[in-house]
Write a protein that binds this ligand. Structure first.
Ligand code: ADP
Ligand code: MG
Length: 207
């Protein structure tokens, strides 16, 4: 059976491989979310095995930059979760990432080819453009480079030599993680590339 790994467990796994993730915590009340935010803008999301596409179901609230917005968002999300009759859900508070390019780094275990890694533009663009690069794991740094250069969106994803090498190293780390763990599906979508680096904000690891 395929099971979704708990978000914080997935985060732990990514961090072990040096993949940067947005600071996150489960919260049980609006007040807890306010204290998590510490005055900085945050995001809140409902996480549940029964709702894998959160924003489509109204389960993501972005850019909550003051106390009132945070408190309102918490009760809104609780209401949404109840309306959708989600049984096992938790609400995650997360730091708001800087604006940037959204990419997807994915992976899966294919019955024929074994462990695969995928790179593409993130969010809605994945489905719209079908512009993705796939390789069998483990990948070399040469493979990582060629994954980027085969994409039509290469100049968006790797807009400078620095961002190219950042994405290469991210791919190598993800490949190592896929190789060393029992993962049937990996979906880091999006990883936000910004001026000072990158941060993964949505982690889906299926065991
Ligand atoms: P899902 O893919 O299940 O709809 P996500 O967690 O990916 O849910 O959130 C949907 C979108 O919201 C993301 O593609 C991204 O644009 C934005 N987003 C999510 N988390 C953050 C964050 N921490 N900082 C900035 N933007 C975010
Ligand atoms: Mg997502």
């Amino acid at each position: 059976m395929v099971v979704l790994l708990d978000y914080l467990e997935a985060e732990k796994m990514l961090r072990k491989y040096g993949i940067k993730t947005a600071r996150s915590a489960y919260i049980k009340s609006g007040e807890e979310a306010v204290s998590f935010s510490g005055g900085k803008p945050i995001v809140m999301k409902v996480l549940s095995q029964q709702a894998l596409h959160k924003s489509k179901s109204g389960l993501v609230k972005l850019n909550l930059y003051n106390e009132d917005k945070i408190i309102d968002a918490f009760s809104y999300l609780e209401k949404q979760a109840k309306a959708l009759k989600l049984k096992d859900y938790r609400i995650l508070a997360q730091e708001m990432a800087p604006n940037g390019i959204e990419i997807i780094v994915g992976g899966k275990t294919d019955p024929q080819f074994g462990k695969l890694i995928l790179l593409g533009l993130g969010g809605i663009y994945v489905e719209a453009f079908k512009d993705v690069a796939l390789r069998v794991c483990p990948i070399s740094s040469y493979d990582a480079k060629s994954m980027i250069s085969q994409l039509k969106s290469r100049s968006i994803i790797a807009s400078s030599p620095e961002s190219a090498s950042m994405v290469e190293s991210l791919l190598m780390r993800a490949s190592k993680m896929i190789m060393e763990n029992d993962i049937s599906e990996l979906d880091l979508n999006p990883i936000i590339l910004h001026s000072n680096g990158y941060v993964a904000v949505d982690l889906r690891v299926m065991k």
